[in-house]
Design a protein around this ligand. Structure first.
Ligand code: ADP
Ligand code: MG
Length: 216
């Protein structure tokens, strides 16, 4: 098992009134095997992004436990969690979250540079090549299409060789054809490396690419 989440609870306090809390996740549990792909669907506001944040170590639940590769994420110190996330967990967002002032190659090598990897350049070039962007290494995000930006973000995840990837509506800002191209690349690369995927999507066609589907 690569991920095990047990009895996750999360509430938010409503703005302006500290006494009112809305419960977004109630006793949510989930297990994911190595290399498995899971689609999570559900209406806007039902808590999909909240869940992804908690499962990927970005936001602590009020109660419950998240283990990735047997490690209980929220038992780690802040620094240890940052390191653990870098080594094991990749996240892909709808809006790519590339750094606008860095070229594609520099966006992709950044997580390696932060780890002091002396093969950052070489690995980043290979990752860009693996998503079909060898020719785009020297381009800035604003010089690339949305599909190319998302492929760059995928390369930035692949370069770290994570054990699990979370993607929160990764095709939400792409047209049909680009969405299909980008998802084909993502699924191929993850399959080759036996990396698990948790994919939040509104797109039935994209959800069908996953081995398992879940409605929140
Ligand atoms: P989804 O991704 O399924 O659209 P979210 O996880 O973003 O849903 O949000 C779930 C609910 O939690 C929504 O009602 C949203 O308004 C609320 N929410 C999300 N983040 C916060 C926050 N930081 N503070 C207060 N409420 C929040
Ligand atoms: Mg969301």
């Amino acid at each position: 098992m690569i991920l095990s989440a047990q009895s996750i609870n999360k509430s938010y306090t409503e703005a302006g009134d500290g006494s009112q809390a809305i419960q977004v996740l109630k006793d949510f549990s989930l297990e994911i095997q190595e290399g498995e792909s899971l689609a999570i669907m559900g209406p806007s506001g039902c808590g999909k992004s909240t869940l992804v944040s908690i499962l990927s170590g970005l936001d602590q639940p009020d109660r419950g436990q998240v283990k990735i590769a047997e490690q209980d994420l929220y038992q780690l110190s802040a620094n240890a969690l940052t390191d653990f996330r870098a080594q094991n967990i990749g996240v892909i967002f709808q809006q790519f979250h590339l750094l606008p002032h860095l070229k594609a190659i520099d966006n992709v090598r950044l997580p390696l540079d932060l780890q002091g990897d002396d093969r950052a350049e070489e690995k980043a070039r290979e990752a860009l090549r693996s998503v079909g962007l060898a020719e785009r290494a020297e381009h800035f995000p604003h010089q690339m299409s949305r599909g190319e930006c998302q492929r760059t973000a995928i390369a930035r995840v692949l370069v770290m060789e994570p054990k699990i990837v979370f993607a929160d509506e990764p095709t939400g800002s792409l047209d049909r054809r680009t969405a299909d191209e980008v998802m084909e690349i993502l699924f191929q690369r993850l399959k080759e490396k036996n990396i698990a995927l948790v994919l939040v999507t509104h797109d039935e066609q994209v959800a069908q690419l996953c081995e398992r589907r879940l409605s929140l």
